[in-house]
Design a protein around this ligand. Structure first.
Ligand SMILES: [Zn+2]
Length: 756
């Protein structure tokens, strides 16, 4: 039995002494910003704790001795409680939104009250309270978790429950100085991380990563220099830096290592960008103070690392010069591939946010008379998705629960379209997270390191396919290598862009690289020699709009982005409807796109496919919805085409079919379904027919199912503008089952269609 005995029985009454009514907060948003007010308390090296919070000292925890045979020594903390958790008595109330009691106690010097109050305010900002101002909320307990070196406190309150969740709590991560007795006593595996990235310890860590054995040499094998760089050497501490061009006077100079910054612009343009009018001026001098916070931090970082140059897109590309912008955005691959390090501030959502300062730790002193042990550990708010934090603590850290994964999943950086290829091309990346820094390097050693030293092994990279494509020089291997294009694009389709028209430009550098390796022709996100697979993208259900909206957008788009057969024409997460060993089943007579400017891999202003192939209309002019709960139902191909009540094909529509008030329909028919044609595009094979069959249970238990043929094609809708001209509005696949498969299409004539 786990023995946790708390002698502190009496709860404090200070709540009762405080007036019920507190001053009404002013209405402006800044009234919620308490964050900077009391963190000064935390600069004291040792934090005091109020009577409530002193439970964190774990002083009264009676520890079970694991091994007595080797004499009396401080034991490892061990409990028979499932999940290695123990409740600490912690009960208090406060008044929202200002939390005056906690503010008092924070003012009196309790470090944990400062952390907790700030964490609560941050939480209520993200998930607005379900109660009114002046209401009383209650904190009911603190739970102490420890498992496989991961240690944390969670603070529980019904007020922390987010919509759709049953329980609510805030998580505080526990770390330690590795030599401290508390490390083994409380099974704390993560080392304390300094509050500032540019503290002596932080700089030491970064220099080890960046300039460690063979690192710098490996990074500087190619002597590449971007067109422009920011020189961060400030003359005589003047606070002035400048923009330099490769051709500026130092032609004979050896290429110098530079940092490249990969970040998000945020909703608006940075407060300083290079334009035609300020260009000459910025080449003379840029006052560091005139830079937005994010750039200032990046410059400071370069300076403390002793790296003379940094590349920042907004400053190194002339933003109002379209030719310069197009030329430079095509160079992204080279710029990021050849940087000494790519600097990635994960949490900054705009250039107004910095990344060198991190949330504070408090130090909690520990002493046990019984074991004659004194030490301390550190506590810090962990502002991440709670399910993940909890599962990490309960089940031990799995890959997806590791801090680096949590930070990536929760980063704004990860969601943005432009950072996609910057990330792919970079060989050496330095991530700045909320919790700590991470080093991810492919050369000279393929390794990932974290600042708290808890994980020092190589993580499984999800992007292995494209990495091997980018950094390998082998011959082109057909479908296998095309996957190195499609799979990253599926990831990319989930990302957000400030301008929808950037959807093709933001992958143009990667497209150019694939073109140079494959020798293939690029067609607005697809490849001419791989249309038999590339055309078969499908849109996830939640990203589909109504049929009218789809047709309206195809007929008169507010901004033209791509032809209807390109995935780039739709916003939303994509999937591919592919099978094995696919081959083309139609004739591509012509496949063309029109570039918008001079870049064949950037924006387009038109495009068409001229296809000769087997075409049939939707049988009976009607589609039937697969019932919910059909085993193995493909959520995207949820419509069934039937002939004489027998299976012909499964279809995915590019739109959402609903009746009035959003009610789901079980059958689709009418003029627009009658107008749709099914064009056979390709064929392939599958060994898991249960996934595509109408009657999956028939296949489920069969052993050694032979590979079955699947036919793939597009659903097309007439544009009404020219005879034989169509838009793509969906896709289908048809298994050799009942009426479906090759036979169904052998019974029809060939036609020539133009798809725009
Ligand atoms: Zn306190």
């Amino acid at each position: 039995m786990g023995l946790f005995i708390f002698r502190r029985g009496k709860l404090h009454e200070d709540f009762a002494k405080t007036p019920r009514s507190v001053e009404k907060p002013p209405r402006d948003d800044s009234s919620y910003d308490f964050l900077s007010v009391k963190e000064s308390i935390l600069s004291n090296s040792r934090t005091t704790l109020c009577q409530h919070c002193s439970v964190l000292q774990l002083r009264d925890v009676k520890i079970v001795q694991e091994d007595t045979s080797r004499g009396r020594k401080p034991p490892e903390l061990k409990a028979d409680v499932p999940g290695f958790e123990a409740d600490l008595v912690y009960h208090r109330r406060d008044v929202v939104p200002h939390l005056p009691l906690m503010a008092n106690s924070a003012d009196s010097g309790c470090g944990f009250c400062v952390l907790l109050r700030n964490a609560m305010i941050q939480h209520f900002r993200q998930y607005p309270l379900g109660c009114l101002p002046d209401d009383v909320i209650e904190i009911v307990r603190i739970r102490h978790y420890w498992n496989s070196g991961l240690s944390a406190f969670t603070v529980h309150s019904p007020a922390f429950v987010r919509p759709g969740h049953r329980f609510g709590y805030l998580t505080f991560r526990v770390s330690v100085n590795p030599t401290d007795p508390c490390a083994s006593m409380f099974d704390i595996g993560s080392e304390r991380v300094p509050e500032s990235v540019i503290s002596p310890a932080g700089i030491f860590t970064m220099k080890q990563w960046v300039f460690g054995k063979g690192e710098e040499k490996a990074a500087l094998q190619t002597f590449y220099r971007p067109t422009r760089l920011i020189c961060v050497e400030s003359r005589k501490a003047s606070g002035l830096i400048r923009l330099v061009e490769s051709g500026d006077g130092d032609k004979d100079e050896k290429p110098q290592p530079y940092l490249a910054l990969s970040y998000c612009w945020g909703r608006k343009a940075p407060s300083l960008v290079t334009t035609k009018s300020n260009y000459a001026h910025l080449k003379c001098s840029i006052p560091i103070n005139s830079l937005p916070k994010l750039y200032r931090d990046a410059v400071r970082l370069a300076q403390v690392l002793g790296v003379k140059y940094i590349w920042i897109d907004a400053l190194c590309i002339i933003q109002d010069d379209l030719d310069d912008w197009e030329r430079e955005s095509q160079m992204m691959a080279d710029i990021f591939r050849n940087s000494l390090v790519t600097v990635i501030p994960l949490r900054a959502a705009s250039t107004d946010e910095g990344f060198l300062e991190r949330s504070p730790n408090i130090q909690v002193l520990y002493h046990s008379d019984e074991w004659n042990v004194s030490g301390s550990f550190f506590v810090r708010h962990m502002p991440f998705s709670y399910e993940n934090a909890e599962s990490a603590i309960r089940n031990g850290p799995s890959f997806s629960d590791r801090p680096v994964s949590l930070e990536l999943q929760n980063s704004v950086w990860q969601t943005r379209g432009w950072t996609f290829q910057e990330n792919m091309f970079s060989i050496r990346k330095l991530y700045f997270g909320e919790l700590m820094m991470y080093w991810d390097s492919l050369r000279p050693v393929d390794i990932m390191r974290t600042e708290d030293t808890i994980i020092d092994d190589k993580l499984d990279r999800i992007d292995t396919a494209e990495l091997s494509l980018i950094h390998s020089s082998g011959p082109w291997r057909g479908d296998y290598d095309y996957d190195g294009w499609y799979y990253p694009i599926l990831q990319y389709s989930k990302k957000k862009l400030t301008y929808e028209t950037d959807r093709l430009p933001a992958v143009s550098s990667y497209a150019k690289l694939i073109a140079s390796k494959s020798g293939d022709t690029y067609l607005a996100g697809l490849w001419k020699n791989n249309l038999h697979r590339g055309l078969l993208w499908k849109l996830q259900r939640r990203d589909r709009g109504t049929f009218d909206k789809l047709i309206q957008r195809l007929a008169s788009p507010s901004k033209y982005i791509a032809p209807s057969w390109s995935w780039a024409s739709r916003r939303g997460a994509l999937d591919l409807d592919n099978s094995d060993e696919m081959k083309l089943e139609c004739g591509i007579l012509e496949a063309k796109t029109k570039a918008h400017g001079g870049d064949a891999y950037g924006r387009v202003r038109g495009g068409h496919l001229l296809v000769r192939g087997r075409v049939r209309s939707v049988p009976g002019g009607r589609l039937q919805k697969l019932p919910l709960g059909t085993p193995y139902m493909d959520m995207q191909c949820e419509w069934l085409a039937l002939e004489d009540e027998q299976y012909v094909a499964q279809c995915a529509l590019d739109w959402r079919l609903t009746a009035d008030r959003g009610k789901q329909l079980s059958e689709a028919s009418g003029r627009f379904i009658e107008a749709i044609v099914m064009l056979l595009v390709s064929s392939g094979h599958t060994t898991t027919p249960s996934v595509v069959s109408r009657n999956p249970q028939e296949w489920e238990d069969k052993d050694g199912v032979p590979s079955l043929e699947v036919m793939h094609g597009l659903l097309l809708y007439p544009t009404g503008k020219a005879d034989g001209e169509y838009w793509r509005v969906g896709l289908f696949h048809s298994l050799a089952d009942e009426q479906g498969g090759r036979d169904y299409f052998d019974r029809c004539d060939e036609r020539t269609l133009r798809i725009v």
